[in-house]
Ligand binder design. Structure first.
Ligand SMILES: NC(=O)c1ccc[n+]([C@@H]2O[C@H](COP(=O)([O-])OP(=O)(O)OC[C@H]3O[C@@H](n4cnc5c(N)ncnc54)[C@H](OP(=O)(O)O)[C@@H]3O)[C@@H](O)[C@H]2O)c1
Length: 268
């Protein structure tokens, strides 16, 4: 992809803002849109065009990237922008919405517009550093260099396969963090020192998931984790996931806290 390729980025939340910034820093002409307009101001000041509507954002774009909260947000925004897309434009859908919603997104697009699913693993720290793990489904050959701005690309197969693998991976992570929370509750009941338990976890097979359960500088809100567990439960019978969803939604005051805080809530 040459550096004249025009990129539109829609959704400048916790993840979208640092990802869009990487596109701008790499030198691509960038147009951004966000529902809450103030969140686009910083990128506007750094040289991005700020569009007033999703359709205005994509009218001249060669590649459109969406990074929005959930299936409802993506479907609303894509319905708004679809009539303004030109044939040959590619839509990279980076949010976590699952394969069924991705199929609905595809159904909204005019002929000649291809969709690539590219959900990401990793939080805001890795988004800013360009160190996300991208799970890329569909014909992504011509946008690989753009995707590699965000991190490491794993090609997963046809469109929808990245969205599907993302649900598998993130649900295993969320369930693992919940299990760590209960393990801490058990160690509290047994009177074990927290430092000993955490160090023992870090040095065991649990190391990776314990690292996420006690992570700092990341922000994957409990509300988005609950959304991702609900997406998984909609496609398969997952009794443990139902329990995890109950626990994630049992602390509504914590919905905007990072997933790691569920450990504290489960211990309390
Ligand atoms: N946070 C993480 O660590 C992380 C990691 C990997 C993947 N993800 C996934 O990446 C996606 C974005 O996550 P995030 O953390 O950036 O979320 P976020 O901070 O909550 O941002 C969500 C974005 O979606 C927009 N939005 C929400 N509802 C909308 C609607 N109905 N119409 C139009 N725009 C709407 C928000 O606009 P406003 O600014 O107007 O609210 C904002 O731009 C999610 O699917 C999430 O599951 C997140």
């Amino acid at each position: 992809m040459d550096k004249n390729t025009r990129i539109a980025f829609l959704g400048l939340g916790t993840m979208g803002a640092p990802m869009a910034k990487r596109v701008l820093t790499a030198g691509y002409p960038l147009t951004v849109w966000n529902r809450t307009a103030e969140r686009a101001a910083a990128l506007g000041a750094e040289g991005a065009q700020v569009a007033a509507t999703p359709a205005d954002a994509v009218r001249d774009a060669d590649v459109v990237i969406t990074m929005l909260a959930d299936p409802a947000a993506v479907l609303d925004v894509v319905a708004d922008l679809a009539p303004a897309l030109r044939p040959g434009t590619r839509l990279i859908e980076a949010s976590t919405i699952g394969p069924d919603a991705l199929t609905k997104v595809t159904g909204l697009l005019p002929d000649g517009v291809a969709v690539i699913d590219s959900p990401v693993m990793g939080s805001v720290d890795r988004a800013a550093a360009g160190e996300l793990s991208l799970l890329v489904g569909g014909d992504a050959d011509e946008v690989l260099s753009l995707l590699e701005l965000f991190g490491t690309v794993t090609r997963t197969g046809p469109a929808g396969s990245g969205a599907a693998l993302k649900l598998v991976l993130i649900n295993a992570v969320i369930g693992g963090v919940a299990v760590i929370g209960e393990a801490l509750a058990l160690s509290d009941a047994l009177g074990l020192p927290e430092d000993l338990v955490k160090a023992s976890m870090a040095g065991s097979l649990l190391g990776g998931i314990a690292g996420r359960a006690f992570a700092k500088g990341v922000h994957y809100p409990i509300r988005l984790a609950a959304k991702d567990v609900a997406l998984a439960s909609a496609v398969a019978d997952l009794p443990l996931a139902k329990t995890v969803h109950d626990r994630l939604t049992a602390f509504p005051e914590a919905a905007d806290e990072d997933l790691a805080r569920i450990v504290d809530h489960l211990r309390a």
